[in-house]
Design a protein around this ligand. Sequence first.
Ligand code: LMR
Length: 327
Amino acid sequence: MRLLTAAITTMALTLGAQAAVAAPVEIKFSHVVAENTPKGQMATKFKELVDERLAGKVEVKVFPNSQLFGDNKVLEAMLLGDVQMAAPSLSKFQKYTKKLQIFDLPFLFKDMAAVEKFQNGPEGRELLNSLQKKGLVGLGYLHNGMKQLSASDPLKVPADAEGKKFRIMTSDVLQAQFEAVDAVPLKKPFSEVFTLLQTKAIDGQENTWSNIFSKKFFEVQPYITESNHGVLDYLVVTSAEFWMGLDDDLKVEIQKALDEAIKHGNAIAAEKASSDKQKIIDSKRSEVLTLTDAERAQWVEAMKPVWKQFEDQVGADLIKAAEASNN
Ligand code: LMR
C-alpha cells in the first residue's frame, strides 16, 4: 500500500513538473491582406523575431488573406479570445471609437510623412489608448500608404464619379466622402472586393498601390486615378484581457519585437508604394491617370466639407493637430 502511495506521489510530482513547464503563450495573428504586402511582411517579421527570441515561451501563428477572420469579425473574435492580434485598417474601428475616424478625413494629410508626424506626436500617441474602454489595446501604428481611386471608367473630376458604385471599408466618413461626389458607397469586406469588381457589381474602389497590386484589382479595373486623397494605415491591436494576463518582461519583449517588425513593415510600405505602382503601369492592364492641379482642386473642394460633418465626433482640436503635421 505504502509502495503504491509512493508511486502515485512520484507520478503526481512528475506530472506537476511537466505542467510547470508551461505551454508557450499562443498569439494568433489574423489579417486580411496577402503575405507580400506591408502588413503581411510585418506579421511574418514579427513571427520570426518572436521565434528567435522567445522560443518555447511565445508562439506566433500568422493567418493571412482573411483565412481565419475577415474585417468585420476579427475584433469581436479578439474580445472572445479566439485571436490575440490583428492590424485592421484605422477605418475599421468606428464601432469601438469615433476618434480614429480622423484618419479617414479626405485630403487631411498631404503625404505619409505628415501621417507619420501626426502618429508620433502627442495626439497620435494618445489615440492608441482610444480603445481601452472597449477592452482593446493599441500596440502601434503600421503604414500602408495613400489611397488611389480605381474604376471601370476614367475618373478625372468629381462629376465622373456621379452615380457610380464604390466599395468602401466600414467607415461612415468614407461613406460621406463618396456621397459628397454623388457616388454610391457600399460597405463590403476586403475579401469580396475582387469578385465585386470582376462581376461589375460595383464600379470602383479606393485602395493603396500594394493592395491594388497584390489582390489583382488592377486586372479588373481599367483605370486608376492617382488621387492620394486619403490614407490607409493600420492599428496593431490586442485584447486588454490577453495583454494584461502576460508577465511584464514578456510584454516588454513582445512589444520590442513588434516595434521592430513595424519598422520593417513601414520600410516595405514606402518601397511598395512606388514599386507596385510601377508594376501596375508595366502590366498595361490598367491605365494610371494623373490629375492636373485644377482637377485635383475640384476633388478637394467637393470632399473637404466632410471634415465639418465629423468635427463633433472627431474633435476640432484633433483635426487642427493633424493639419499642422503637414507643415
Ligand atoms: C481594405 O479593406 O481595403 C483594407 O483595409 C485591407 C487592408 O487590410 O489593407
